[in-house]
Design a protein around this ligand. Sequence first.
Ligand SMILES: C[S@@+](CC[C@H](N)C(=O)[O-])C[C@H]1O[C@@H](n2cnc3c(N)ncnc32)[C@H](O)[C@@H]1O
Length: 394
Amino acid sequence: MKNNSIVVTCAKGITPYLKQEIESLGLPVVAETTASVMTRGDMDVAMRLNLFLRTGHRVLLMLKEFTAQNADELYRELFDIRWEEYIPEDSYLCVTSSVDNRTINDSRYANLKCKDAVVDRMLHVCGRRPDSGPDRDRCVVYLYWKDSVCIVYLDTSGEPLSKRGYRKLPVKAPMQETLAAAVIMATGWQGGTDFVNPMCGSGTLAIEAALMAVGKAPGLLRTNFGFMHYRGYRAANWEAMRLEAEKMVRANPEVSIIASDIDPDAVDAAGKNALAAGVREDILFDVCDFAETDLPGRGGIVLLNPEYGERLGNEETLQHTYGAIGDFFKQRCKGYTGYIFTGNTALAKKVGLRPKRRIPFFNADIECRLLEYELYEGTRKAGKCESGTNTESR
Ligand SMILES: C[S@@+](CC[C@H](N)C(=O)[O-])C[C@H]1O[C@@H](n2cnc3c(N)ncnc32)[C@H](O)[C@@H]1O
């Protein structure tokens, strides 16, 4: 498994940020789709990716590519793989898949065929077979089957990497950790200026920002990954990688990371989540209306993720809230770059400012935008500016 294909999956639309991360680890990007990036390497490379990636979901190490027209052919091809070299016979196996083949109505049937092939082979060769079921906390085999093309992978992450482990108390509509990291990357913020996050909810954006500011690899927060359960797991290599990552942590960044919310329970949960992530001391929390959020006045970014009506919030109240965010930007955030992450373009118009950039994202299946507003200190000479900002009719 020296120079295998490794596919890293991600949420739809996050590929540009995942590519950036993979390349910054010195790895090649050999292909990409809207929700994955392919690189190359061995199990150690897969472990590094699990440790350092902020925007990836699963690190899949390719085992075999073959063609299968139907479930019987699938079984035969899978039975030929030397599973005994990868999966301990006393372990536990979960099969996940993405299946689009005309002979298969229910992907659970393909999963069952795949599981049968693995355990039958192991029973045949070792005289014992692993247990199997839906839990992803040990060995996970991932099957991709489109038309007659099958690719089978070892999932080296197990539980998806978006589950960092720090979110003990989620509140209303929390953002997925990996999406929050990609949104911050999209702003270009690298920890050198203040980061202000009113409407922080469970604190995901502020916590991800703090992890970036202190240089803490997200994988340091987890104790369990799929790769730990395969045969030949090199625990010493993993320990060395963790030590290397720990040495990269810089305590107490110079910048302020500020998170506030009007809901005291949300701020309480965010504080507990930050504690679990080891960045409680790096974030200043406050319970207040977003418009009252304390701004140090040194410039930086102000990033809000207001409710946008799909799951929460009453549309009329939200129209008022979005208008008030525009006023907050104009009146209190001069010298900052303002950002709003929303899935509702009609509400976004109520902000009344013209975004400089509209960066596309998806939150689950909802098409979202990260809107960027340049909030000038003074009136710009050229362009249609008022109070130092580009305005737009509400
Ligand atoms: C969509 S949630 C934010 C989720 C957050 N990004 C996370 O990952 O948990 C919106 C948050 O805005 C807060 N909020 C709503 N109106 C507010 C206001 N006027 N001032 C401050 N916070 C407000 C809500 O309490 C809620 O926690």
